[in-house]
Design a binder for this molecule. Structure first.
Ligand code: HEC
Ligand code: HEC
Length: 394
């Protein structure tokens, strides 16, 4: 079977192509088909966050009411940039719809809260929970969930019977039917990554069955009922569940961004001379060289600080697109300010627009974004880098 599939990183434009565009599917050990594979139903939070399980799980709009106005405000501030003002998704980065009937019926409140709290590492979906260094506490996340819930149906009952499929056969079906959109192993396609560790930790067999059988109309995720046999669907579910990390190995990543990070890198250095594309975009190669030559500059990480904690360009400061107050502390002289995000242009573009409105002269967006930077082995700092010697795979 041909395994060569071209997958882009799913960024908002064609610039951000993945470095390894063809890759064999993962070689994760496949589980014994007879085992019950129920791990996905475990709560997704680890010890440090043991108080964070949603209290109104599965209650749909019932327990909602109260929080959902604050939730709407939080949504506008943090989420619409990518998931669109009405929640239908695809405003940037192929962020999925959060309001399709099928999604809201399939996703429990815990599932949605976990995605917000813990993010989807190595994608544009950052962690927003304070437990990962993000801006939102559990009460706020609950308000956001109840707001999303108010836009569609309650959580339905899912078929959580033990998985009986054959993961090996499931892999073959995945490669033939799913990989063109969902990507392989460490590669994000246009559709959400099904190999992502936080996704797999949260997605129960019932959640997966529901998404595959019903699809996510009106998005490109068409129902597979009738296109695959029930046995084949069970095989794919078994394959996906076989990739899930055991809950016990998942570490608590509580952390905070230091509040005394200096803004200017190499304050005594000379200014770099950057050549911008379209008067706006500076290439990763130029920024890498400027750092190597110890030039004076400011690097703004426009993502959620939780993602900065995982990995970032050395010397960068997290000033996220939704809270740009600290920008005004940047010296307003000839110092270059380069903003970057995963996207690669949306969140960073907001920061550069804010700087230009405030009269900063030398500003640019890192053209290829941080995921390109990471894929190409350019210098990084952060927890994933410390832990593994290189950034973690999803
Ligand atoms: C910078 C773009 C961006 C922003 C901002 C963003 N998201 Fe996401 N979100 C994504 C992407 C991309 C994915 C899919 C990730 C993947 O590939 O698995 C995603 C996935 C999700 C999912 C999982 C959906 C599913 O079907 O599994 C939820 C829930 C979610 N986002 C909610 C939010 C909320 C709520 C906010 C605001 C707090 C937010 N997102 C902010 C880009 C973003
Ligand atoms: C034509 C492209 C395409 C194909 C082929 C496809 N999908 Fe999808 N899939 C998507 C998109 C796009 C989404 C996100 C839809 C949304 O906005 O909610 C998705 C969502 C999903 C989700 C939910 C993910 C989440 O984060 O909630 C699952 C599970 C899924 N697909 C499984 C599969 C499986 C298994 C196959 C193969 C049998 C498959 N898909 C084939 C495009 C595709």
């Amino acid at each position: 079977m041909g395994l060569v599939v071209t997958v882009s990183l799913g960024a908002c434009d064609s610039k951000n192509q993945s470095s390894a565009s063809s890759q064999a599917p993962p070689s994760t050990p496949l589980v014994d088909t007879a085992s019950p594979l129920a791990v996905g139903s475990a709560p997704v939070v680890t010890s440090a966050a043991s108080t964070t399980i949603m209290s109104n799980a599965g209650s749909g709009t019932g327990a909602a009411g109260a929080g959902h106005q604050q939730g709407a405000a939080l949504y506008a501030k943090y989420c619409q940039l990518c998931h669109a003002p009405d929640g239908t998704g695809y405003a940037a980065d192929n962020a999925p719809s959060l309001v399709s009937d099928s999604f809201l019926r399939g996703a429990s409140d815990e599932f949605i809260a976990a995605a917000i709290r813990l993010g989807r590492p190595d994608t544009a979906m950052a962690a927003y929970g304070t437990v990962r260094g993000g801006p939102m506490n559990d009460a706020q996340i609950r308000q956001l969930v109840s707001y999303l819930r108010s836009l569609g149906p309650a959580h339905g009952s899912l078929d959580e019977k033990a998985v009986t499929g054959n993961p090996q056969r499931g892999l073959g079906i995945y490669v033939a039917q799913c990989q063109s959109c969902h990507g392989a192993d460490n590669e994000r396609g246009k559709a959400p990554s099904l190999h992502n560790r936080e996704f797999l930790a949260a997605a129960t067999p019932g959640f997966l069955r529901h998404a595959i059988i019903e699809g996510r109309p009106p998005t490109p995720m068409q129902p597979f009922a009738g296109r695959l046999t029930p046995g084949q669907i069970e095989d794919v579910v078994a394959y996906l569940r076989s990739l899930a990390p055991p809950p016990t190995t998942r570490e608590s990543l509580a952390a905070q961004v230091p509040d005394d990070l200096p803004l200017v890198i190499n304050p005594q250095g000379k200014h770099p001379s950057f050549t911008l594309r379209d008067k706006r975009f500076v290439s990763a190669a130029q920024v890498k060289r400027a750092l190597a030559e110890k030039r004076r500059l400011v690097l703004v990480d426009a993502r959620s600080p939780a993602d900065w904690l995982l990995f970032h360009i050395p010397g960068s400061v997290p000033i996220p697109y939704y809270d740009t107050k600290r920008l005004s502390q940047i010296p307003k002289d000839d110092t270059w300010v380069v903003a970057y995000c995963a996207c690669p242009h949306h969140a960073s573009g907001e920061v550069v627009d804010a700087l230009r409105r405030q009269g900063y002269k030398n500003t640019a967006v890192l053209d290829e974004g941080i995921l390109y930077w990471k894929d190409h082995g350019f210098p990084l700092d952060g927890r994933d880098v410390m832990r593994k010697g290189k950034p973690a795979k999803p």
